[in-house]
Ligand binder design. Sequence first.
Ligand code: HGY
Ligand code: MN
Ligand code: MN
Length: 406
Amino acid sequence: MSLAIDPVRLIARLQELGATGRDEAGRLCRVAATDADKAGRDLFCRWLAEAGLRTEIDQIGNIYGIWAPEGVAGNPVMVGSHIDTVIDAGIYDGCYGVLSGLAVIEAIKAAGLRPARPIAVVAFTNEEGVRYAPDMMGSLVTAGGLATAAALATVGTDGISLGAELARIGYAGSLEPGFLKPHAYVELHVEQGPVLEAEGLPLGAVETLQGISWQKVTIGGTANHAGTTPMSMRQDAGIAAARTLAFLDQLARTTDGAVATVGTITFQPNAINVIPSSAGFTVDMRNPDEARLQGQEAALEKFLDGLRGEGFTVTTERLARFQPVTFAPEIVASIEDSAAQRQLACRRMTSGAGHDAQMIARIAPSAMIFVPSKGGISHNPAEFTAESDLIAGANVLLDVVRKLSQ
Ligand code: HGY
Ligand code: MN
Ligand code: MN
């Protein structure tokens, strides 16, 4: 019988962490560096201490639980994900990978096994990017893709810098991000998409992750009276924004592999009887193919140029740009081997969502394991994965970590 994680404790912790950081309406909102995030961080640090791991916090607030038995040294096998959430989130996104990583270390320790190299579990700061762009920020800084000072200086959607907030919640660590270089990194995550469920598969070995382009677009028009201004005399920034959203949707539907989302939009002066003087919105475009993603960006820029030609002012601000990533084939194969040994059907697949693994892949061999999401739903309180799938995924993570740390 192969080694296994403690399923009861994993599910109980997922529920407990999932109940932490809810707002007065009961929504799960552990947005990065808020008091709600602090509550989740404190709980995770308590569990790390109870597991007897060395807890380290770095300057960008990443939390590490490190297990290095006496005489065991070298770069650790690293597992983890994030515990910050979007607004009104589900309880599995990120948390499942972090808590499963902890469960893996506890299972190996409890079995009295001695790894040949340390094993570490990590919760990266601000993976979601909801308050501070770009997303995957803690892992991006760790991988050297963003300077620590620049990340800490990032001003959030509420006007407060990440550095000030990390200090306020007590998670402004002293260690240099990247102080712990992984020998390898494996991230277990709910798929957040429809593929595994549609194919009736319990497991996915993730071999690639698509490119991501985030930008903020601001369109300027002319405020005017909603009643007295003839349609032919309007410079309506709101309508220009609406035309852009429709264009983006059509572009994505007609470009192979493309998705496009406008998740936030604001009008100024935002009054019922005033033609908007400006419209600000965010654009999230993604594609597994870098050339096609560049094509999407060029097509949007061309459309915005057309609006400029109509007399609108249009400015754009880059918020995040990550190229598609290919994960380490040897770890992907190891995931498949473990699935086969556990009689779990498994398929290779890509990830539509961004993940910390895509950043850590810049500095260490990395890969991901997916388990099914019911209805493909995520970033939504209805997010759900069956316990049997959660436990199977964590046990496959255990096998892969044991092989990597032998
Ligand atoms: O945006 C993403 O794909 C991730 O959830 N941060
Ligand atoms: Mn996630
Ligand atoms: Mn997410």
